[in-house]
Design a binder for this molecule. Sequence first.
Ligand code: ZN
Length: 155
Amino acid sequence: MKFIADAMLGRLARWLRLLGFDVLYCRDIEDRELMRISRAEGRTLLTRDTRLARSKGLEAPVLIRSDDVREQLLQLADRLDFAAAAPRGRCDVCNSALEEVAEREQARDSVPEHIYRTCPAFTRCASCGRVYWPGTHSRSFRQTVAGLLRGRRED
Ligand SMILES: [Zn+2]
């Protein structure tokens, strides 16, 4: 399950990456290029653009209806297969899968001192080297997402 998001959906792209989904996102990309990559790589196009969503030759593009990232995530919830997501999430900057840092000490210089003292384990982007720890993106992010998905099921 892979996505490509249009320029309007930067926040959604970051959220999906943190959840472990593969999302290509580039702020400056032309519609034609979005469509080409979507087709070539079998990526579901996520777009706020009605015209683009109706383009011929795209496989099931998704017209995102809301400007609110929570609503956007909810709209996608049925399509998201969490079993297929990167288990430790993806780097919200470059979209690479995060891996566990084998030796804690390797993260020492990359995180604030109090974080190093209190966090038992860290993850790292295999591509850009950015180090993540539980709460990097604030507990509120995960709570928000969990709450959203839970609320949906209770509807
Ligand atoms: Zn990265």
